[in-house]
Design a protein around this ligand. Structure first.
Ligand SMILES: Cc1ncc(COP(=O)(O)O)c(C=O)c1O
Length: 301
């Protein structure tokens, strides 16, 4: 069995301005292997399975609330492949069952191994020792960004997406925007909404794509993983208005910034803007638990 190709429709989000806003809902691919994760894993997994059909085994890395860990564990379950998640933070060893993402990954059959932050940081050393321990395993990097991932993102584009002036995506490690940019038309502008403060992103993206028709716009709203009341209000209003859920780390911040840019007149009149909904909705439950712990009166609906 392999991951199948899936066609995702584009829908219009009516706005009261002189631009046309659309969304491609990659979040609907699968409730758990959602969005960009599916496409970033697509060639990684399918190429590996072609070479190792007998005893496949997948290893990857992630933090406590990682969408990537959730996605890889779901792929493992879907294709009946055992998997191992290397999780940042020894302290989670005794309390991972209270973490919805890790509990979900484990229910999918993913074994979890907890390492210190220091060990986690040295990915090269960690990867080498894992490759020694599991010589035939597929080791997918954190966030799933590699060349196969960038090429998999091509599947998010098609003849319909060529019709847009702007292609918008949230940016973490840069793999998704690199794929969109690499396969975009030269007359299209690709906008990356960065949620992580990482000064090397621009170079990483240029090197992966050799293209320059992109802009990065800071959409961190105070820092990676920080959730402000205004972010929650935006997500809840957006869901009420369009019936589309967003999560607070990537897609919520991107869409909030897109609306700010529309209000500021950033996009010329009659521009056609396409935003990719990159999923990650499994993170809402964990985010709400954190908000509760912080005694915040708001929750993400
Ligand atoms: C929901 C969601 N959107 C966007 C991204 C950004 O993807 P990339 O790491 O390829 O930049 C991520 C990354 O984890 C994500 O989970």
């Amino acid at each position: 069995m392999k991951l199948p190709e899936i066609h995702i429709p584009i829908i219009e989000l009516p706005v009261n301005n002189n631009v046309k806003l659309f969304m491609k809902r990659e979040d609907l691919i699968d409730s758990q292997i959602s969005g960009n994760k599916y496409w970033k894993l697509f060639f990684n997994i399918n190429n590996y399975l072609e070479k190792n059909p007998e005893n496949p085994f997948i290893i990857t890395f992630g933090g406590a609330f990682s969408n990537h860990i959730a996605a890889v564990s779901s792929v493992g379950k879907m294709l009946n492949i055992p998997s191992l998640g290397i999780i940042r933070g020894e302290e989670l060893q005794d309390k991972w069952r209270d973490n919805p993402t890790l509990a979900f990954a484990n229910q999918n059959g993913m074994n979890l191994r907890f390492v210190t932050r220091e060990e986690y940081r040295d990915k090269e050393k960690l990867t080498q020792s894992l490759q020694k321990e599991f010589p035939d395993a597929l080791i997918v990097p954190e966030g799933g960004t590699n060349e196969d991932a960038v090429n998999g993102v091509k599947m998010m584009l098609n003849d319909e997406t060529k019709d847009f002036d702007y292609l918008c995506t949230a940016v973490g490690t840069g793999g998704t925007i690199a794929g969109i940019l690499k396969f975009s038309e030269d007359n299209q502008k690709v906008i990356g909404f960065t949620v992580v403060n990482d000064s090397s992103l621009e170079n990483t993206i240029s090197e992966l794509t050799l293209k320059q028709n992109f802009d990065l716009i800071d959409s961190s709203f105070g820092g990676y993983g920080k959730i402000k009341d205004e972010n929650i209000r935006f997500i809840n209003d957006f869901k009420e208005r369009y019936g589309i859920p967003l999560e607070p780390i990537y897609t919520g911040k991107m869409m909030q910034k897109v609306f700010e840019l529309i209000e500021e007149g950033y996009f010329p009149e009659n521009s056609k803007i396409l935003c990719f909904h990159t999923g990650g909705l499994q993170g809402i439950e964990g985010a709400n638990l954190l908000l509760q712990k912080q005694n915040r009166n708001l929750i993400i609906k």
